[in-house]
Write a protein that binds this ligand. Structure first.
Ligand code: ATP
Ligand code: MG
Length: 571
């Protein structure tokens, strides 16, 4: 919470000014009933119309000042809340994009999403509310009590009699209400998660006729939300009628006691009227304070969730320069790694690639192929061994510098809702020539030109208006576009037919001679010509060498090769 409050510092002067304006407006609000009482009790009996008019104008002035000041202060408060939340959201976003892979795994992506959206929104509401009511409600409450006490001490006893009941009501409701709203929030979270899964998997759901099953699943979480919402609203629905009941009972009491006192000449009617207004003001202030508590507790829970991310220690620290001259472009030296720090997902892997060489990686699903790439990009830190690029330990290369070395197509990579050209450019400011050349190498030129607006063709989110092969071609073009030092293709030619795959390899061989390439593939034919081939199983290297060598030495490789292409050798 303290950390979040620090975000308000730059707005301190604007907040103080806003609160001063608010203060003025609130005092005017408090003054109004007092003036009314004065007019009724002291001015009207004088039968001086001019004097009545003067005080009437004073009342109008007060109410105009009150309204203008309130609007002004509320606008300023909204601006502060909006601006401060913007900075918080920005910092959170930056921090999230710097989290290591294992930190993201620990927070989970849906949770990070809701911290970035609904939690920052709760902060927004809290900051806004605190400014709008933080000064106003206590002043109305205290000021109201002080004015009434000095005006009519006996009638104030009624107030003092009613206040503990409202206090109790407020306490019970906030004790009961807050956990209920937390429950509601959780139900909504799981609703959102289900919808997200459902939409992400809409095609497979339809293909496997799971629509009814999914409908049921949605109905279940939906019902859960309704139940939680009902529970919370019913509990909360009690507040307003109860509060009104207390208020009206109080007002009735004031009138009864007041009438008696006016009758016996102990007080004047104007005071009773003013008292009724003050009574309402005070109880409403009480209600506002409750609302503030609810928003505060929600906001502070959200602040904690945000701070958890903001304060996450920097996992992937930049280490001091660690260089050895080994003449290789990429070296893995006895690298081991485990996601959950148990059994190794990558176990004692070593290989060395010279500049311009190609490494093919092949292995069953779950054998650790993609993991190897994540380690090379330092999305996770390895547990044992060393990874070097040009002799530099990757722990000593600044992340930005490290990542710009790569052109990469991840497995199941994502296209964005933008034009084809923008998807290939990816914010790197490439020229049209570079983009077209990359599309050409990626074997995508033909299909892009067949579109009426070619490179300006708009893609839908995730490129869902393209076929699998078309998507892969654009992703490949994106990876190739900036002429990267290292090219990594994770299962990114699986949707290309054999002929296109071969053309792609030819283009890579011709135009990207100096680019060190790592190709992960299911098909032996995609990696056949690689300078080195790594056969993975359960994170261990079953074999390492060229196609010919592996056919001789590696039983599993021979089997895969035989099943796919009859065990041919190059030649
Ligand atoms: P595929 O051919 O299906 O893409 P892969 O060889 O690329 O498989 P990896 O994604 O590298 O496989 O996964 C290797 C192992 O690590 C798997 O057993 C997987 O369950 C595990 N794993 C992958 N990602 C994580 C993660 N974020 N947290 C925990 N375990 C993970
Ligand atoms: Mg993979």
């Amino acid at each position: 919470m303290r950390r979040i409050l620090a975000y308000l510092k730059p707005y301190l002067s604007s907040m103080i000014l806003g609160l001063m304006i608010k203060f003025t407006g609130t005092i005017m609000d408090l003054l109004l009933p007092w003036i009314l009482a004065y007019i009724i009790d002291d001015v009207v009996p004088l039968r001086d119309v001019e004097l009545i008019l003067i005080w009437g104008v004073a009342m109008i002035l007060c109410s105009v000042i009150a309204v203008v000041a309130n609007i002004l202060a509320n606008r300023m408060a909204s601006k502060v809340a909006k601006d401060a939340t913007e900075v918080i959201r920005h910092d959170l976003f930056v921090k999230i994009s710097h989290l290591s892979g294992s930190q993201v795994d620990a927070f989970t992506i849906p949770s990070l999403e809701s911290r970035l959206t609904s939690d920052t929104y709760n902060i927004h509401r809290m900051v806004g509310m605190m400014q709008r009511l933080g000064v106003r409600a206590p002043i109305l409450l205290l000021g109201g009590i002080i004015v009434t006490l000095s005006m009519e001490p006996v009638l104030s006893l009624v107030l003092i009699f009613v206040l503990p009941f409202t206090g109790l009501l407020v306490y019970v409701v906030s004790q009961k209400g807050i956990p209920l709203y937390t429950g509601l929030q959780q139900a909504i979270d799981s609703l959102v998660r289900t919808v997200r899964e459902n939409i992400a998997g809409i095609r497979v759901i339809k293909a496997l006729s799971k629509t009814n099953y999914e409908k049921q699943r949605f109905s279940d979480v939906n019902a859960e939300v309704v139940k939680a919402e009902k529970k919370a609203s019913i509990a909360m629905a009690l507040t307003n009628p109860m509060m009104n009941l207390l208020l009206n009972m109080g007002l009735t009491l004031v009138i009864i006691v007041g009438a008696y006192r006016v009758n016996t000449g102990l007080t004047q009617p104007g005071k009773i009227i003013a008292f009724l207004t003050y009574f309402t003001i005070i109880l409403n202030a009480m209600l506002s304070i409750t609302r503030m508590f609810v928003l505060y507790s929600k906001g502070s829970a959200s602040a904690d969730r945000i701070c958890e991310v903001l304060d996450a220690s920097e996992d992937l620290k930049l280490e001091s320069k660690d260089h050895v001259d080994n003449g290789y472009h990429i070296t893995f030296h006895q690298v081991s790694f485990s996601y959950n720090k148990g059994e190794y997902n990558i176990d004692d892997i070593s290989f060395s690639l010279k500049q311009g060489e190609t490494l093919g990686i092949i292995g069953a699903t779950g054998s650790g192929k993609s993991t190897l790439i994540r380690l090379l990009l330092r999305l996770y830190d390895i547990d044992k061994g060393e990874i070097r690029i040009h002799g530099d330990n990757i722990r000593s290369i600044p992340p930005k510098e490290l990542h710009t070395k790569f052109g990469i197509v991840f497995q199941n990579d994502i296209l964005f809702a933008d034009t084809i050209a923008a998807n290939i450019d990816f914010g790197r400011g490439l020229s049209r020539d570079q983009i077209e050349a990359a599309a050409d190498s990626a074997q995508g030129k033909e299909f892009i030109h067949s579109l009426t607006d070619s490179y300006d063709h708009m893609l839908t989110s995730k490129g869902s208006n393209l076929s699998g092969g078309q998507k892969q071609r654009i992703l490949l073009a994106r990876a190739l576009a900036a002429s990267p030092e290292i090219l990594v293709l994770d299962d990114s030619s699986s949707a290309l037919d054999y002929k296109t795959d071969a053309l792609l390899r030819k283009a890579l061989g011709q135009k990207f001679q100096n680019t060190t390439t790592i190709i992960i593939a299911q098909r032996v034919s995609s990696i056949l010509y690689a300078d080195h081939i790594l056969v993975l199983e359960d994170g261990k290297a079953l074999g390492y060498g060229t196609h010919e060598q592996l056919l001789q030495s590696c039983e599993s490789y021979r089997e895969i090769s035989q099943s796919q292409m009859g065990g041919e050798s190059i030649g």
